[in-house]
Design a protein around this ligand. Structure first.
Ligand code: 4AD
Ligand code: MG
Length: 431
């Protein structure tokens, strides 16, 4: 019995017989010879069936096999430099496991809505497969980065009683007769974690009822959120810069085949090395005004503004120190200018927008209470959070990285909906 192997390992079996299990991706056939492109999740290989060299039953199966039919085949592995993966298979036996009829996603072009409605099948297409592989590897790189530096994973809850990033995007649900919300950010719990464990992070799904359709917003997205006791905004910008460049380097090292499949211009990613420019909010405003934009000091940047700013640089750029009124209640005021807070956003190059938001948190009890009131938030649900300022409060900082935006940038996808297996957006809850 030939060994059953994965396509990714075929090159270890050159000139021997193996069995593969997978799905038919594509097929060309001439009456005498059939070229089956077979995928098994780990890769794709060309399986060649020569009519004169196989039993007639095998030929019939090969000739009738349709796209996405599941099958098992046996054949000998031949080295072929021109083939992706360096091998092809000369088929001797083929067995259909389930014949797929009328697979809806054909090699022709389909509209995005058509594909999104069939997301559960679309994931099998080569480019979607590549994006999911990059996402998986990026998650692993991110986790390793923080574990390797002594951070402790502290999972934040998904169901909470409070808002972090403003009340307008809360998803509310009934919690045994009272209101609960799906978390917008794990940050407040990471602040408790940092006071207990020093350097902590969480990495999980977060939710925002984003009511507009954009290519950068999901209603459910994954966020990585580190928090560090005694750290300042400058410490956190140093960390973000080192972290983001490590993630990009790691993706370049470990995702070369996927980035090639996606035709990503990796030269742009090679430029992502420290130091990242750090520009003050005031200077970002000036930059926009000098570019002829009608932008007023005190406003928040929109997608177009972010693109104009990031286009000035070949690598990610920080904007730091924002007007207090456009940022959440927890941000520490700038000691030099009380109309500003110590927040920082990192904008990706090439128009991918804000990928990281973070900064220094208020550590003084009375100031935090007054900011909560200014934001019209009820103090009651925040009592546990205020305790962190009652019992050994220290300056601390952290940030949140949006996973899908980072994956969109690394893979060069225009829209972040392709960067999560099953996207949730306004108007999309299925599949
Ligand atoms: O800037 P944001 O809102 O910051 C926070 O939530 C902080 N509490 C994080 C922290 O300091 N611990 O969100 C952080 C990042 C953004 O930079 C963006 O990358 C991503 O999360 N993000 C979204 N990604 C996809 N869809 C959305 N609707 C997003 N909203 C934010
Ligand atoms: Mg932000």
């Amino acid at each position: 019995m030939p060994p059953t192997v994965y396509i990714e390992n075929l090159s270890e079996h050159v000139d021997t017989e193996v069995t593969l299990r997978g799905w038919l991706y594509n097929k060309r056939e001439s009456g005498k010879i059939a070229f089956l492109q077979v995928r098994d999740g780990t890769g794709t290989v060309q399986a060649v069936v020569v009519r004169s060299q196989v039993a007639e039953g095998v030929w019939q199966q090969a000739a009738e096999t349709s796209q996405e039919t599941s099958l098992r085949l046996t054949g000998s592995v031949r080295a072929d430099e021109r083939a992706p993966g360096g091998c092809e298979i000369q088929v001797s036996a083929l067995q259909v496991l389930q014949a797929a009829a009328g697979y809806p996603i054909t090699p022709k072009e389909h509209g995005v809505d058509f594909l999104m409605d069939r997301r559960h099948l679309w994931l099998r297409s080569a480019q979607q497969h590549a994006v999911l592989r990059v996402r998986s590897k990026v998650v692993q790189i991110c986790r390793n980065y923080f574990h390797d530096r002594g951070f402790t994973l502290v999972d934040s809850p998904i169901l909470t009683a409070l808002s972090v990033e403003g009340t307008s995007t809360l998803f509310e649900t009934d919690y045994f007769g009272r209101s609960a919300y799906l978390t917008q950010s794990g940050q407040l719990y990471q602040e408790a974690g940092a006071m207990a464990l020093g350097k902590v992070f969480c990495f999980g799904p977060t939710f925002r009822a984003e009511k507009s359709k954009t290519r950068r917003h999901l209603t459910e997205f994954w966020m990585l959120e580190p928090e560090i006791a005694f750290a300042s905004i400058d410490d956190v910008m140093d960390l973000i810069e080192d972290f983001i460049s490590s993630v990009v380097r790691g993706a370049l090292d470990r995702c070369a085949p996927e980035l090639a499949e996606l035709e990503r211009d990796t030269a742009r990613l090679q430029q992502v090395v420290p130091p990242f420019p750090r520009i003050h909010y005031d200077d970002a405003v000036r930059l926009l005004q000098e570019a002829g934009e009608d932008f007023e000091w005190g406003n928040d940047f929109g997608a177009r503004d972010e693109t104009i700013i990031s286009e000035q640089y070949d690598r990610p750029v920080f904007i730091n120190r924002f007007p207090a009124r456009i940022k959440p209640f927890y941000m520490q005021p700038d000691a030099e200018r009380d109309d500003l807070v110590l927040g920082c956003d990192l904008l990706a190059p090439e128009g991918y927008g804000e990928i990281v938001g973070g900064g220094e948190r208020i550590h003084d009890l009375e100031l935090l209470e007054s900011r909560l009131r200014d934001h019209g938030l009820p103090l009651e649900p925040y009592q546990w959070y205020l305790d962190l300022r009652r019992y050994g409060s220290v300056p601390h900082s952290g940030f949140g990285m949006g996973l899908e935006r980072v994956v969109a940038w690394i893979t060069g996808r225009r829209h972040i909906r392709e960067c999560i297996p099953f996207p949730r957006m306004i108007g999309r809850l299925e599949p």
